[in-house]
Design a protein around this ligand. Structure first.
Ligand code: FE2
Length: 295
């Protein structure tokens, strides 16, 4: 059947309106998903960390990393409380927090209510924390330190702690001050660590790995990137913050060091997450026999 020019125009108009409505539907669904669904879709990722310098008696030790809660209008104390229960359900041996507790410390009215919540976290081998840029921002430096200390976390600021078992085997947990707003000092952080000690560095900004790889660090744990908060399929994040440009999510090899970038739990600037859901990470340590002791 032959089509008239009028019918063609009508079909064209119908198709255009259909595409427009379809586009609007996808855009509004995408926004709804990024605003109300994905930010609360917690993912728990599990990884084994194997290395010859991890002592045999540390086999099976679990470390939970949580990061970037950004407590504020879009991450409530109630969510933090639920998170703490989830961490305790994992029964970790060690817990580390890699910075950015409150989004804007100087505007946050419930700071004192954080302490009893974080105090509930149970970790028999210790709870450790470092500064992120938001913890120093808004005159938060002392507030953050007090909250973490009173909640039973040991703040690591250009220093390290030794985790030693009854058989005297040990690993080191080092922590650096924030690279953007703190006073980081690489030499001071590592100078007292006994040689051949497996060392885990907590450093908020992942791109600090480029410098950290020149020191005796075996694993760096970072946050800060939020995975970019918005990622597109096949493209990745549209924007990542300064010092999360090169490394923004998951594992990387940087020189002889491994780096893990946790996507964090909260959001900043925009309360949106798309293809980069909030994350809690569980690492299980494993001794790797050297080839000599294999035989
Ligand atoms: Fe952050």
């Amino acid at each position: 059947m032959k089509t008239t020019p009028q019918m063609n125009r009508r079909t064209f108009l119908k198709k255009s309106i259909g595409s427009l409505l379809g586009g609007m539907f996808i855009a509004s669904f995408g926004y709804y998903y990024a605003r109300f669904i994905e930010p609360s879709r917690l993912t728990i990722s599990k990884h084994s960390i194997t290395h010859p310098l991890i002592p045999k008696s540390f086999d099976g030790m679990t470390i939970v990393q949580f990061s970037d809660t950004h407590l504020g209008d879009y991450y409530s104390l109630e969510r933090l409380n639920q998170l703490v229960s989830q961490i305790n359900d994992i029964k970790p041996d060690l817990v580390v927090f890699t910075g950015d507790l409150i989004d804007a410390p100087h505007q946050y009215p419930y700071a004192h209510q954080i302490i009893p919540i974080l105090s509930r976290i149970r970790a028999p081998f210790g709870k450790f924390s470092i500064y992120g840029n938001h913890d120093h921002g808004g005159y938060g430096t002392n507030l953050y330190r007090n909250i973490m200390n009173q909640a039973g976390f040991r703040m690591l600021v250009n220093e390290h702690a030794i985790i030693q078992l009854v058989d005297k085997s040990k690993i080191a947990i080092a922590g650096m001050d924030d690279l953007m707003l703190g006073r980081p000092h690489f030499e001071q952080t590592f100078q007292q660590i006994p040689p051949s000690t497996y060392t885990i560095l907590l450093l908020h900004e992942p791109d600090g790995a480029i410098q950290a790889a020149h020191y005796p660090v075996h694993l760096q744990l970072s946050g800060h990137s939020h995975g970019g908060q918005i990622q597109l399929p096949f493209i990745g994040p549209l924007i990542t913050p300064p010092l999360a440009i090169q490394y923004y999510e998951g594992f990387y090899e940087v020189g002889k060091m491994r780096l893990y970038v946790n996507r964090g739990l909260g959001t900043t600037r925009m309360p949106l997450r798309f293809l980069t859901p909030p994350e809690l990470t569980i690492f299980t340590l494993k001794h790797q026999p050297s080839s000599a002791s294999d035989g």
